[in-house]
Design a protein around this ligand. Structure first.
Ligand SMILES: [Zn+2]
Length: 463
């Protein structure tokens, strides 16, 4: 009878020899020469040089920073069909929206599928492994747009948090959108429930989740906000909306509801750790403390806030109060790009512009893009970190070449201060979505051609 210990089971994948592994784990360990091992889509070990486990496949990461895959907490992917749309480029938020609503009224399943495929591929090329999407335009006859998006995410192999967006308050009821893009409350709530029951996965390794997301104070009724919060509680899913994005919204809420946006938010039953909001540019200190007490998160959208001219969100105050803060790229036609590395860098720059050089460091920005995002999506400890038991979502960033010449003292500061930078590999659940800087999927050219046809049709360019 043999007394030898059983041979160790090789890991599926080991990423080894990194210049630094920034684990973002509970101890925020940074491991020079480190490795990450993944089996069955889950991290099974993280360690330092010399004790790398056996693996079916080992990928060297010499000269690279290895981070958790980045988490995107706010987006409207369908808007990549109307990027840099000239008639809207000089508008403020309300003007921009009213210019684009009639075009978005042409959305259908094909458009939702293609925009999601292209948009999620774009995000993967920027190191993002989990993205939410907020699809709030559901034109009559447009079909099942959310299911079309989920199909694209599943085909690409990225982690996806669809949110069932909604608009119910059209111009005839004092709202901003036209009748063609709003639905009644019962239709919205029934479809929300259907989508959760069909697609929402529970558990630490979920690839697809569904949250409920009425669009904003100026496009839905208070009644829909209240009923959505109740339904989210019943179904045990998360809640998302826009809040305090723009000064016009303060004015709108005071005129229509007689209170500030956050008071309205509380009044309709959304002050909870089930909720995270996009933007949050204009809360006062009392409101920030309320959000911290509730555990309501904020998706910080640096490029969008700059492009729309919305202002500087009080990120340092949020973090000091304990509000969960993640990073969002926001819709492709308000920022016209969707790159989490760039948004994280912009968060660093805006934080320092607002509060001086001590207000934010690269590690703070990395925290927003990983652990902060996970908290917003209700998945702290599952995504946004590299630790035994977390998901096998990894970005491998090459810190080399002309752009990194001279950067020898701190790989994390170099990662965000130098650049521009794209990951060499983006790995989701242990599978390569981006490998050696290119999408693994071979369908890019076909999807781009089809996307162009749909985008031009929506914009009326080929009529
Ligand atoms: Zn948005």
């Amino acid at each position: 009878m043999s007394t030898a210990p059983p041979a160790p089971t090789p890991a599926d994948l080991v990423i080894a020899g990194a210049a630094l592994v920034a684990t973002c784990d509970d101890e925020r360990r940074e491991i020079a020469g480190g490795w990450v091992a993944i089996t069955d889509g889950v991290v099974v070990g993280v360690g330092g040089p010399g004790d790398e486990p056996d693996a079916r496949r080992t990928v060297r990461a010499d000269g690279c920073l290895v981070t958790p895959g980045l988490v995107n907490t706010h987006h409207h992917i369908y808007q990549n069909l109307t990027r840099a749309y000239r008639p809207a480029t000089d508008k403020n938020l309300f003007g921009w929206l009213t210019t684009l609503y009639p075009i978005w009224a042409g959305l259908d399943e094909e458009a939702a599928y293609l925009s999601a495929w292209i948009g999620l591929a774009e995000l993967a090329l920027g190191g993002c492994t989990t993205s939410m999407d907020h699809l709030y335009v559901h034109p009559a006859g447009g079909g099942d747009l959310i299911t079309a998006e989920i199909s694209a995410a599943t085909e690409l192999g990225v982690r996806f948090h669809a949110t069932r967006g909604s608009m119910s308050r059209s111009q005839k009821d004092g709202g901003l959108p036209p009748d063609s893009v709003v639905q009644d409350d019962d239709t919205i709530l029934a479809d929300s429930q259907r989508l959760v029951e069909r697609h929402h996965q529970r558990g630490a390794q979920a690839m697809v989740q569904v949250a409920l997301a009425p669009c904003s104070p100026f496009s839905v009724t208070p009644e829909l906000m209240r009923r959505t919060a109740v339904l989210a509680e019943q179904l045990d899913v998360r809640l998302h909306t826009h809040l305090a994005e723009d000064r016009d919204e303060d004015t709108y809420c005071l005129d229509v509801y007689g209170c500030r946006p956050l008071e309205y938010f509380e009044d309709v039953g959304w002050g909870s750790d089930r909720s995270w909001v996009a933007h949050g540019v204009y809360p006062n200190q009392t409101e920030i403390e309320k959000m911290a007490t509730w555990g309501t998160g904020v998706a910080h959208c640096p490029s969008s806030n700059q492009m729309i001219g919305a202002g500087l969100a009080p990120i340092a105050e949020y973090r000091a109060a304990g509000v969960p803060v993640g990073i969002g790229c926001d819709g492709s036609s308000s920022t016209d790009s969707a790159n989490l590395w760039m948004e994280t860098r912009n968060a660093l720059l805006l934080g320092r512009l607002r509060g001086g050089p001590e207000a934010m460091q690269a590690r703070d920005a990395l925290e927003l893009a990983t652990r902060g995002g996970a908290r917003c999506l209700g998945r702290d400890g599952e995504i946004g970190l590299l630790a035994t038991g977390s998901v096998g979502d990894v970005a491998v960033w090459p810190l080399e070449g002309i752009r990194f010449a001279g950067a020898h003292s701190d790989p994390i500061e170099a990662w965000l201060r130098c650049g521009p930078l794209s990951p060499r590999h983006t790995i989701v659940a242990g599978r390569f979505v981006v490998e050696d800087g290119a999408l693994v999927s071979a369908d890019v050219d076909d999807r781009l051609a089809a996307h162009a046809v749909v985008a031009r049709r929506l914009q009326g360019l080929d009529a």
